[in-house]
Design a protein around this ligand. Sequence first.
Ligand code: URP
Ligand code: ZN
Ligand code: ZN
Length: 470
Amino acid sequence: MTDAGADVVIRGGTVVNDGWQAPATVCVSGDRITYVLAADEPLPSTHSDTRVIDARGQLVIPGGVDPHTHIGMSLGDYTTKDGYPEATTAALWGGTTTVVDFAIPSPGQSPLEAVERRLAQASGGRCDSGLHACVVDWSKDIPEQLRAIAARGVRTVKLFTTYRDVVMAEAATILRVMEVLRDIGGLAYVHAEANHLIEDRQDARALEGRISAMHHCETRPELAELSAVQQVLATAEAVDVPVYFVHQTTPAAIDAVRAARGRGARAYTETCPHYLTLSSDVYAGSAPELFVCCPPLRDRAAVSAVVGRTLAWAVDTVGSDHCCYDTAQKRAESFDVRAMPNGLPGVETRMPVVFTELVAQRGLPVERFVALTSSNPARLNGLYPQKGVLAPGSDADIAVIDPHESRVVRAAELHMATDYTPYEGRRLVGWPTTVISRGRIVVSGGKFTDPGTVGRALQSKPISQRALLC
Ligand code: URP
Ligand code: ZN
Ligand code: ZN
């Protein structure tokens, strides 16, 4: 603590970290947490401007760390509607204080150039952000580029096994990138769907005239996900590199990762709020295009199984996979899922959707909610304990959430740069009443105080050679 005393004191609430909760007081000086005190301990010194936040009846948690966003992403012919200012503002409204985005090279751009461009864009952020690099094609200078990227604090590399002719990496490229990542303390971040199985299905469905948004889930079968997960797991185990599977949607794929973990592999599973709460029933509804994402939403049995595995600790993180397309973009080519933009907006709703579905409705311990939405994403991205924990010395990224107050989701009342939400009309609990981002109170009393372009590009520490999570 500095001599000047605490700038912010949050008292009266239940402080929750991954692994424990207790009635406690959190003190902030400048942009750091200085004390986490038992509720009956005397307060440290304060000053005349100290803000005291009364958190009685509320949970005080580490600000969310969203490990998977696509801010201002151009993939194929479409670009999402937001930039760092809009997406990070929406994140803060929803209790997320760190986003980790992707530097996906545009055609002809190198991974290093893509990272440098993204790092410059990130300076427009209202909160801190991390970055994943992305390799599409192998070339002999990739190892050197990945070392240069690591020197800029980026140690996670996205590899897609699908989206041929756009960002798909061949199996041999994945192997070689993994070998470099092993040597530089990196982590492979993988979108696993077997492209040949998808294209085969798409071709067949197109011949039958069944290729519009309402047929989306038929074109990307569960088996395609499992097949790619198994192949990538085998490669990662052969290389002995940590591997993280983004947006897992099926029990079989999650089980494959869990079995690898049991063999000692450093393999990790992410799922997304939509795979926990929405089923493929929506593709038979009036606006199937608004729910087109890859992998697709699955049937109710799969959703229920993914929820069950998340409750049973078989899932490590929940990322939003935020893609801020609007209705017009989703509708423009909804007659052909091969051409339309995929992905759902969700950086703002991630925390309340997960809190409602898992904690409020199914009894997930709130400590595990913190692990899934903040601590584990921070650990896996080399950001812990700077992010993902309320502890002295950590960044003062804090969300105070009221576990009981509910609000009905309306796109018009959200802050993402789009005109729809997949959760329209749902009643959710777990919205933040106060959000503090590096010591600044940005959300309070239903109002947002814009901190300006204060977001830093975070430096990821080398990913440990030991198991990152149990
Ligand atoms: O449908 C999705 N998820 N679109 C965004 C890109 C990706 O595959 O993560
Ligand atoms: Zn993906
Ligand atoms: Zn994604």
